[in-house]
Ligand binder design. Sequence first.
Ligand SMILES: [Zn+2]
Ligand SMILES: [Zn+2]
Length: 336
Amino acid sequence: MKAIRFERPGQVSLAELPDPQPPAGWARIRIKAAAICMTDLELLRGTHEVEYPVTPGHEYCGTVDRVGSTSDEAWLGRRVVADNEITCLKCSFCRRGEWRCCPEYKQIGFGAPGGYSEYVVAPVHNLHPLADSTSFEQGAILEPLGVGLAIVTIAKARLGSTAIILGVGPIGLNCLAALKASGARRILCLDKRAKRLALAKSWGALETTDDPARLKELSKRLHPEGTDVVIDATGNLEMIPLGISVTRFGGTFVLAAFYKNAAFPFKPDSMQGSNIIMSGAGNNAGFIEPAALAVGDGVISTEGMITHRFRLEDFARAFSDEQADAPDYIKGMFVF
Ligand SMILES: [Zn+2]
Ligand SMILES: [Zn+2]
């Protein structure tokens, strides 16, 4: 099969690898679409920890074409998306649902081969069927939508919550979709790129701006008690004091991006006095299924998220900084 490989930081190729065979209890997925995540650009730059060589791609979907056990044959031919967590299911952490603590924890697209390839193998219990109304293109972005659902759950957003999203790239936009579905209101968005702000507006943001000072003004006027839920999806350290400053007394500020191992001086009093809860949100285990159900039933729309489409052969362009920095780029996808 053809598969994109990151041999080491900075070196990428389209390799010819043996077709993977699913062991007992696993299924093989013929990939139909695989979305490009900024995390994978970090893997290519060497700024995100992983063992090389790696076939990345953790946002994918396709059709089951082979299973490892006859008892799983009902999955053959089904259109599916898969959870990426591979765990032992036996240790005390697994039995508590704390998958990331499992000593055998691996993620498809990082420690295990991912979806920038013609096939992926995954445990059958990781599979979720796609609704007939869900396209493969939508199926491939259920994983990042699951990230948005997880972030909004960690942020304790609920009916009536006010919210601010700093950065409406793919993750910020998925947070917006999840916030809208949760009944949050008066959602304000900040981003530098006009195209992203326009999409946020069409997805139901009340106000959008590219100016942090204007955002502060808007939050003062529209969230006079402070903002219930503030999400940083920029990965820009300067956004942290801004985020804390607009969070209400007892509200939640969630870090939903990578900060490239950077550190910065931080005033604990800005949170301590106002009982602000700051939380990381780097895991979507268990949220791909609700994402699939919500998109399948039309509760959440993904319209406008995918702006660029590539073949696997176009990998150099797909992973270039020029592409990622293009003003009209939101999210790219490999189509097969
Ligand atoms: Zn991702
Ligand atoms: Zn385990």
